[in-house]
Design a protein around this ligand. Sequence first.
Ligand code: ZN
Length: 249
Amino acid sequence: MRLLPAPHVFQAGRNSRLNTKCISEVIVQRLAPPKQFPLESFARVLAFIPHPDDEAMGCGGLLRRLVDAGREVELVLVSDGSGGPNHPTNLKAERLPEFARSLHFLGLDTYDAWLLPDGCLEQESELSERINKRIEDSAPDLIVAPWPGDLHPDHAAIGHAVDSSSAGRKSSVAWFEIWSPLPASHVLDITDLMDIKLQALKAHETALRFGNYLEAMMGLSAYRGINLPYRGTPNYAEAYLLRGPNHSG
Ligand SMILES: [Zn+2]
């Protein structure tokens, strides 16, 4: 999967310079309707989270469902959440406690903090090796990770490393979406968990100073909810691209 470029802002009347590729180069095939996420298939889960807030935005509903179902869930926070090398203040001291508070809402109280430099994971020579070793040691039957097509370089770097490390293993991979919607193979109904997912994201007071993430997350969850049977009230869902020995999508 290629890293997606950040989208340009559309400007009416100024589109003559746009690169007008043939649409068939972009859309390879029609997507099949997403299936229900097969929670019951997995007992040991290992999740890689790029930054504090990605766990709530991306896969908070899935993590909480797995915990509630008594599954073993291990979590790795890959970066230090400092805001990147160009950020005027190092945000690590605020964001790590916020991450712990968010996990509380998701039913988790422990995680491994690798504290690799935020914004620089693409250049981290040890990233692939550490991910590979962690997968080897934990031997999960499900790996949860951001999908490699995400436009954030840190998210994509983890996605690509997980993609390489999981090849040929028995583990399935559930790719989640954060900054770029993915071609979903499965959806997870989180309608009854939406308040909890919101509480988890609200724990990230620092991140919420930099973007309207609450409404963005609710909008994406509502959009994914249209893949669930309509019950007359809003549905919310998380979308995943599930790949593995028993899941071809
Ligand atoms: Zn992130």
